[in-house]
Ligand binder design. Structure first.
Ligand SMILES: *Cc1c(COP(=O)(O)O)cnc(C)c1O
Length: 861
């Protein structure tokens, strides 16, 4: 018989053990080894059997054992200490309180997925892991963040293989009662939010709270009895279903999410967020909801509300692949953002305009979430320096008067949460990673550790990873139809003394899972090399709808199934946090060979690095920025070779060469390979501090959250500032086509311009009625010029108003210093200027002299 409903019965803990409940309900245990040890002490065997899931542990441990523990003084003291430590962690002063000097009351951080622990399977890959690490690092730093996401009843899929090596998906039901989360309640009743759908239907949701250290994560769940069956399914799974299904999820996340934050803050009595951060475009509707709030509650007109909402919104874009961007047919938006649902103050044509691709190369029939994200956020960033460059190019159409370098999308390079990802043994050696903080020289203790000790530690970690992998491979083969009796060979796979390479990530085509198979004979020779063999462990899930990705997995699995090599190359199904945690420490080399520049950042190599793994990677994402030959090897990229096959051939060959000539010889150089260990040390000490999520979150606070909060303050008190700003923008936009830079001249250049000379620049500008000289920033731009007279690394100098001839003719002046030799060029441009703009490119308006002839060197006016 099938149960019509399932629920988990939580145990009633004996009074002396209530502290266990406190520990379980704060997910800090997920990155705090001491707390995990307390759980293990409850019942070591059960702790292992549950895969380290404390909710299941407490649900399944016998009453007799609990009775026994309740009378065990040593255990109780340990429990008390753990609880006291948690309280101190949650309540103490941390970086944000003592050093950030920040005015930010709270930040609401929205993401479609969060990867926090393997027992909360609410993530598919890098985006979710990053969001989880963001919350954890914010907690460690004391940043007042509130996470907002959805609770998917089936999470992301679990992966297995069939006999033929084809990916199989399963969607086990997640029972909220069996998770370390609690329901948000308003008195006796569950707190709920709802969003109005076309035809007056309601999409309601309850709210679960996962406490991530100091940070609450609100998860909206539409599986409630008040909903119609179709609406109950909205939060069924991550990235599944039709376009409309996805829109409903995003509506619930963005709009419902803001409503959930309001409920949470009201009930918990905590300050309302001033900053709203959307991790990728999926939560972008949060901006529309904030405009609606301001329109209904404060009576603001759309443009004023837009300015207020924009000032406090931060948008992080994560994909350099245009196809990776979320787009909806305009009709769907039209149906879901009706006046009945959002009020007369939020006209749907204004919403459509925000997401419209009304620029060169755009499709005006679609609604683009990233475009809306950029228009609704005054501040935006990519996730590595290279991704910043790519994003500025990709979205340059939104700022048509500007060079890509001026496009106002900055970058903050991702990081990873060390206490989550660093093996205990490594933390113990560095005495640092578990400290839930960071500093430049936090890993210096490593200097006191001998080569032998380091090398022995790596061997222990390799062995642990191998044990875990063997168990998984055995289970996978049983699942593929093999009998236990046939599987003796599995105990022999992988060798703790062989150079171990790891490759794990989602399987979109640009990540090129099978690049290493380009020359199978050569790979085989490397795996089976008599003196210097390598072994490779591979993992990754293909999106359920991605047949191409599944083919790549099958190709990989078939290669690895070959009895000749199966002890040296292994595909392990079901890549998730639980698989990943022993994998990073257990590998010597982390392999990454994406098609440059499609890896926005990549974080797995960072996790390997923190565990003393060396990177062997194409210089893409973060590795482009921080590559150093002491941290690993750069696989040369054949970017520019248009023939995809040839490019793969070239890059695969370069990869094989590197492994054969450099990587393997260095690893097998003696019993304790000194050069290798030196690189390992260097990687942890020098690269380690850079790749930390705490570094990333501090960057977000200082570069984005604080300025956004300040901008938000200025517009929020009386809304007069916002009204003025909105009116000013309207005036500027209307009048801008009439702004003219009539004439520019240089003075004091001399016959032969010499280094160090200062020259005067004068620009004559005509303004239309209604614009004042102070509405403009007139800049001289100068720098090196290339063969087509493009200024390549322009420096901008703002000119001052020298004289007004009448109301609309003005002369601006300033000095340029000729500070480099060679071909030098300059020009002048006029930009809108207002103290509340985040950058002068914000409106996308700029005016240059209309013809080059208007720029005349050295002539007197
Ligand atoms: C780190 C991690 C990822 C993301 O890795 P990338 O290098 O960014 O692709 C995905 N899944 C899991 C389980 C991870 O731990």
């Amino acid at each position: 018989m099938r149960a019509i409903r399932r629920f988990s019965v939580r145990p009633v803990l004996p009074e002396p053990l209530t502290g266990l409940g406190t520990l379980v309900n704060n997910l800090r245990w997920a990155w705090h080894p001491d707390t995990q040890d307390v759980f293990e002490a409850v019942d070591a065997q059960l702790w292992r059997a549950t895969g380290g899931d404390p909710v299941r542990l407490l649900g399944e441990v016998s009453a007799a054992r609990l009775e026994q523990l309740a009378g065990d003084g040593a255990f109780l003291r340990r429990l008390e200490l753990a609880v006291a430590d948690l309280n101190e962690y949650v309540e103490g002063q941390r970086w944000f309180q003592t050093e950030a000097g920040s005015p930010v009351s709270a930040v609401a951080y929205f993401s479609p997925e969060f990867g926090i622990t393997h027992v909360l399977p609410q993530y598919s890959g890098g985006l979710g892991i990053l969001a989880g690490d963001h919350l954890k690092a914010a907690s460690d730093l004391g940043v007042p963040l509130i996470g907002v996401g959805l609770l998917y009843r089936h999470g992301y899929f679990g992966q297995s293989l069939n006999r033929e090596g084809w990916q199989q998906e399963r969607y086990p039901l997640v029972d909220p009662d069996g998770l370390p989360i609690t329901q948000l309640r308003d008195g006796d009743e569950p707190a709920t939010v709802s969003v109005t759908l076309p035809g007056g239907r309601k999409l309601g949701a309850q709210i679960w709270v996962a406490q991530v250290g100091r940070v609450p994560l609100l998860m909206l769940d539409s599986d409630i009895e008040d909903n119609e069956p179709a609406e109950r399914e909205v939060t069924d799974r991550l990235y599944g279903g039709t376009t409309e299904h996805r829109l409903l999820q995003e509506l619930l996340l963005g709009v419902g999410g803001v409503r959930a934050v309001r409920e949470y803050c009201r009930i918990a009595g905590t300050p309302a967020p001033e900053v709203f951060h959307t991790n990728e475009g999926h939560a972008g509707f949060l901006g529309i909801e904030r405009i609606r709030e301001l329109s209904v509650d404060e009576g603001l007109d759309f443009d004023t509300a837009l300015e207020v909402a924009r000032a406090g919104t931060v948008f992080t874009t994560h994909t350099p692949v245009p196809a990776g961007i979320d787009r909806f047919p305009q009709e769907l938006i039209q149906q879901h953002f009706s006046p009945e649902a959002f009020g007369e103050g939020v006209p749907v044509d204004r919403i459509l305009a925000l997401g419209c691709e009304d620029f060169e190369g755009g499709d005006p029939a679609v609604f683009n979430m990233a475009v809306m994200g950029l228009r609704l956020a005054q501040r935006a960033n990519g996730v590595s320096q290279l991704h910043g460059v790519v994003s500025r190019g990709m979205f340059a159409g939104l700022w048509p008067s500007f060079d890509p370098v001026d496009v106002p999308i900055s970058s903050i390079t991702n990081g990873v949460h060390a206490p989550t990802w660093v093996a205990r043994e490594i933390s113990a050696l560095t005495n640092a990673a578990a400290s839930e903080g960071d500093s430049e020289n936090m890993f210096d203790a490593l200097d006191q550790v001998s080569d032998e000790q380091l090398w022995d530690t790596k061997r222990i970690l390799r062995q642990r990873f191998i044990d875990d992998t063997r168990a998984r491979v055995r289970a996978s083969w049983v699942n593929r139809g093999a009998s236990e009796a046939e599987l003796g060979w599995v105990d022999e796979i992988l060798d703790p003394d062989v150079l171990t390479m790891g490759f794990a990530r989602r399987v979109p085509s640009y990540k090129r899972l099978t690049l290493m198979l380009r020359d199978p004979a050569r790979l085989k020779a490397m795996l089976l090399h008599p003196e210097r063999p390598i072994q490779i462990v591979i993992a990754g899930k293909a999106h359920p709808a991605d047949e191409g990705g599944k083919k790549l997995i099958q190709e990989m699995v078939r290669f690895a199934d070959d009895p000749e090599v199966r002890h040296r190359i292994v595909f392990v199904p079901d890549y998730d946090i639980a698989l990943a945690q022993p994998m990073y420490p257990g590998t010597d080399v982390w392999l990454n060979n994406p098609l440059r520049p499609y890896e926005a950042c990549g974080t797995s190599g960072m996790k390997a690095a923190l565990n003393g793994g060396l990177n062997l990677s194409i210089r893409d994402g973060w590795w482009d920025e921080w590559y150093d030959d002491e941290f690993g090897w750069a696989i040369p990229s054949a970017e520019g070779v248009d023939d995809v096959d040839r490019r793969d051939d070239l890059e695969a060959k370069a990869l094989y060469d590197l492994i054969e000539k450099h990587v393997a010889p260095r690893f097998y150089d003696g019993k304790t390979p000194a050069r290798w260990i030196e690189m390992l040390r260097h990687t942890i000490k020098e690269l380690g501090p850079k790749v930390l999520a705490t570094r990333m979150v501090r960057d977000y606070v200082q570069q984005l959250y604080v300025p956004a909060a300040q901008a938000s303050h200025k517009l929020n008190d009386t809304y007069d500032g916002a009204r003025d700003l909105a009116q000013w923008k309207a005036r500027i936009r209307a009048a801008w086509p009439e702004v003219r830079v009539d004439h520019v001249e240089l003075q004091g250049l001399g016959d032969v311009p010499q280094l160090g000379t200062t020259v005067g620049v004068r620009a004559f500008v005509t303004l239309p009625a209604g614009l004042k000289p102070t509405d403009l920033d007139v800049q001289a731009l100068h720098g090196r010029v290339d063969s087509s007279d493009e200024i390549t690394d322009a420096v901008a100098v703002s000119l001052h108003l020298a004289e007004s001839y009448d109301d609309n003719r003005h002369r601006f002046e300033g000095d340029l210093k000729l500070d480099r030799t060679g071909a030098f060029g300059y020009t002048v441009r006029a930009l809108p200027n207002h103290p509340l703009l985040a950058t002068s490119a914000e409106l996308g308006l700029a005016t240059a002299p209309s013809t080059p002839a208007d720029v005349s060197p050295g002539t007197e006016f």
